[in-house]
Design a protein around this ligand. Structure first.
Ligand code: FAD
Ligand code: EPU
Length: 341
């Protein structure tokens, strides 16, 4: 019989450290357990939410339903060619542990994604990305179970409809599937290192590295991230709270006239991506603290719970930030974090 816990504290299970409870809670370590869960009254009668590492969610209330925590483990080699290796990874594996496993084995393609918190199963949901790399570049397929009927489905890369912090699992198929494993293809030779983004090159230079490797790029990324982003074990947070918005070229040129230093990244379709952290900083929010919550001092895109903050306080802060960015720049920010009501 599967063990469903009651009145479970979610405080240690979300990186914002929000102190809420779930009416019911279960940890799923095998597909047989999931099958069993589907037969229970709690599953049939209550709303449910799948939880990985809780590093991209904001709970705004106690969860009056069933939380299904993924703990499916395993990294299995399923194919090797002259220059690649294909691995199938259980949804409950820690993403950073997967990266470290690959880096240690000299398997290339995900070293720039070192130190992103969370689980393997959640990684495709928002197509995790950092330092010029997105996980979509290495995903072969995503195996999932349809929550409505228990049917297994394999999504190939194209069917996942990946975009910037987006996939079909975050849009049309949101909360419809339980992702059970993800299959990745990585390089074993002639690695395509990506060192052009942000501070990676400078950091490698500081480390006296002239010929970068998968291992040194991973170390540089870890170093940069540790210096910029707050450690959730110290100050609760969920990484970037908002996505970086995309605006039209005309809108950008207009803003550039008034703010000549506005940073930007070019995108396709003649649109321009603007760093939300810059917009928020220009509105005077960086380092601001309101009671228990605030905007991180080193990175204005990161909202922080300084200890006893609740989800409603974080949400209210995010709404105030949105309103001032809209007023000053006529840009609407969209949350990256999944807000759970
Ligand atoms: P959770 O927060 O548990 O869940 C996120 C969403 O996915 C929820 O909607 C949940 O219901 C759903 N979900 C989770 N697992 C499954 C599953 N198996 N099947 C179906 N649905 C599921 N993200 C980046 O892209 N780049 C970064 O650089 C980055 N840096 C971060 C830094 C910090 C300090 C923090 C705290 C977060 C950062 N993030 C970043 C965000 C976060 O780490 C990622 O979004 C991560 O993939 C979330 O994984 P998780 O297991 O914690 O997901
Ligand atoms: N900036 C400011 N002030 C700030 C923060 C940023 O002016 O307080 C400006 C600077 O011009 C800086 C630019 O914004 O050059 C970009 O900042 P940064 O390199 O820190 O990246 P980001 O756009 O804020 C994105 C991702 C991160 C990812 C990093 C590195 C999004 C929403 N966020 O942040 O992902 O780690 O790039 O690639 O795309 C996450 O998704 O949770 C996350 C942390």
């Amino acid at each position: 019989m599967v063990k469903i816990e009651e009145n479970k504290s979610l405080k240690p299970l979300n990186t914002f450290g929000i102190d809420v409870k779930a009416a019911h809670f279960i940890t799923i370590s095998s597909l047989d357990q999931l099958e069993e869960l589907f037969q229970t009254d709690v599953y049939r009668n209550e709303k449910h939410l799948i939880l990985g590492g809780g590093s991209n969610v904001l709970f705004t209330n106690d969860f009056d339903g069933l939380i299904i925590k993924t703990a499916l483990k395993g990294i299995e080699i399923i194919n090797k060619t002259e220059e690649t290796i294909t691995i199938k990874v259980g949804a409950g594996e820690s993403w950073h542990d997967v990266v470290m496993h690959c880096v240690q084995n000299n398997w290339g393609g995900i070293e720039n994604l070192s130190l992103i918190p969370g689980t393997m199963g959640a990684a495709p949901i928002q197509n995790i990305g950092a330092y010029g790399v997105e996980i979509k570049n290495v995903i072969e397929e995503v195996a999932a179970i349809e929550l409505a009927n228990g049917a297994q489905k394999i999504f190939n890369n194209a069917e996942c409809c990946f975009g910037y912090r987006e996939s079909v699992f975050k849009s049309e198929l949101r909360e419809k599937y339980f992702i059970s494993s993800v299959t990745l293809t990585l390089s074993t030779k002639r690695h395509q290192l990506n060192v052009s983004y942000g501070a990676i090159n400078d950091t490698l230079k500081q480390m006296n590295i002239t010929t970068p490797t998968i291992q040194s790029v991973s170390k540089a990324v870890v170093h940069i991230r540790e210096s910029k982003l707050p450690d959730p074990r110290v100050h609760g947070n969920a990484g970037s709270f908002f996505k970086n918005p995309t605006i039209t070229k005309n809108h950008f040129e207009l803003l550039q006239k008034i703010n000549p230093t506005i940073p930007s990244y070019a995108t396709v379709n003649q649109e321009v991506k603007v760093p939300a952290g810059w917009l928020i900083e220009q509105c005077g929010w960086k380092g601001k603290k309101i009671n228990n919550v605030g905007v991180h001092l080193q990175q204005a895109l990161v909202l922080v719970n300084y200890g006893n903050g609740n989800g409603a306080e974080i949400l209210a802060l995010s709404e105030k930030i949105c309103a001032s960015v809209k007023e000053k720049f006529d840009i609407t920010l969209t949350p990256e974090v999944n807000i759970i009501t």
